[in-house]
Design a protein around this ligand. Structure first.
Ligand code: GLY
Length: 380
């Protein structure tokens, strides 16, 4: 980031002047507030939190924690994504997340803490709702970066996390409907059919469109910077619905699902993880910002790279992707940006102007969006 000499000196002087001493503590220890943590060599920064649209409640909480409670940026954004992870109505992460093809909810998450340059990750985690906190525990308590499967769960239980069944009744019904629609010749009947009574206690099944079965790659990514220029990023998900057991998406991959370099910025993604993993999207966005691109430009250039790296079976005849993918970026100086394949997606921002949804930059107009074959019920 380039700053003028006048701004530089002014900010440094302000930071130095703001140093206070806590008289109740060791008198020799200056107690520095988050704003004042900016050193004389750095300007004060502008606190901002950005996330995917489903993080709108989370960015408000994280911003509040950062600005009012002097919370660490990673603690704040993890508290932000915990809202969705613990919400049984959210079928894209944590409790209530849509399961794999065997009806088992398997979670992925990762995080990075900019100031200390640390990272943690879990993949294929079962029975623990707050995968983001387990990822942070891997970062805080082990000499590893990533734990997966049974080992991740064992570790989480040892760390005191509580085991629970993550498959809600709503998600179980969606899974059963998906199974029933897979093959017209199997032994599963579509319980939406008028010849089949709904299961006991189920007034109506939660499917809006009988031709489609809900299919998600829903995920939540969140990034933050505080007034001292300290940054963090986190991504958490239940991954693609109906995935093969053991499938790992982009969310737990450091550099794909999220990435944070405290000297530049942070970035993350939601959407088809398989497409993002191949370009290391979050890392690439941060590298593009390091080269001088704005967050919007860096995200859009990464969408272009994804399309260039996509196999033909996942492109329509016009070369447009047959999947959704969204990128979010936050520069250390508080500029933020985004990009997605198709028009009509929003993302969450919280700063001094409040928490709000902002339209994402897009590559193709809504009218250019092809039918996404992978969400169509095969029986229909
Ligand atoms: N982006 C989430 C996933 O593909 O698992």
């Amino acid at each position: 980031m380039s700053i003028s000499r006048r701004k530089f000196i002014g900010a440094g002087a302000a930071a130095a002047a703001a140093l206070t001493f806590d008289k109740t503590a060791d008198a020799a220890t200056p107690r520095i507030s988050v704003v004042e943590r900016a050193t004389a060599a750095e300007p004060a920064f502008r606190p901002v939190v950005v996330a995917s649209a489903n993080g709108i409640r989370g960015v408000a909480r994280a911003y509040d924690m950062i600005t009012r409670q002097n919370a660490d940026t990673l603690d704040a954004i993890i508290a932000g994504v915990n809202i969705q992870e613990l919400d049984p109505e959210d079928q894209s992460v944590g409790l209530g997340g849509l399961p794999n093809e065997e009806g088992v909810v398997q979670l992925d998450a990762s995080c990075m803490h900019g100031p200390t340059k640390r990272a943690g990750s879990v993949a294929v985690l079962e029975d623990i709702a707050t995968a983001s906190l387990v990822a942070k525990a891997v970062m805080d308590h082990t000499d590893h970066v990533m734990l997966a499967g049974a080992g991740a769960k064992k570790f989480a239980l040892e760390m005191g996390f509580k085991e629970q069944n993550l498959l809600t009744e709503k998600s179980r019904q969606d899974w059963l409907r998906w199974k029933a629609c897979l093959n017209p010749n199997d032994n599963w009947l579509d319980s939406r059919s008028d010849s089949v009574a709904p299961p006991p206690g189920t007034a109506s099944l939660p499917f809006d469109d009988p031709l489609h079965v809900k299919f998600t790659t829903g995920t939540i990514n969140m990034n933050a910077v505080n007034a001292a220029g300290e940054m963090s990023s986190v991504t958490t998900t239940s991954g693609r619905s109906w995935k093969l057991p053991g499938r790992v998406g982009d969310s737990p991959i450091i550099g794909a699902g999220q990435y944070c370099d405290n000297s530049v910025g942070s970035a993350g993604s939601t959407g088809r993880g398989e497409a993002n993993i191949k370009v290391c999207g979050a890392f690439l966005i941060v590298e593009f910002m390091r080269q001088g691109m704005s967050p919007d430009q860096a995200c859009m250039k990464t969408i272009d790279r994804v399309i260039a790296m996509t196999e033909r079976r996942l492109l329509d005849p016009n070369g447009r992707p047959l999947f959704d993918l969204e990128f979010f970026a936050l520069a250390r100086d508080g500029r933020f940006g985004s990009a997605c394949a198709y028009e009509g997606v929003q993302f969450s921002v919280a700063d001094a102007s409040g928490a709000r949804l902002v339209p994402m930059k897009f590559k193709f107009a809504r009218s250019e969006r092809p039918q996404m074959p992978e969400i169509r019920c095969r029986r229909a």
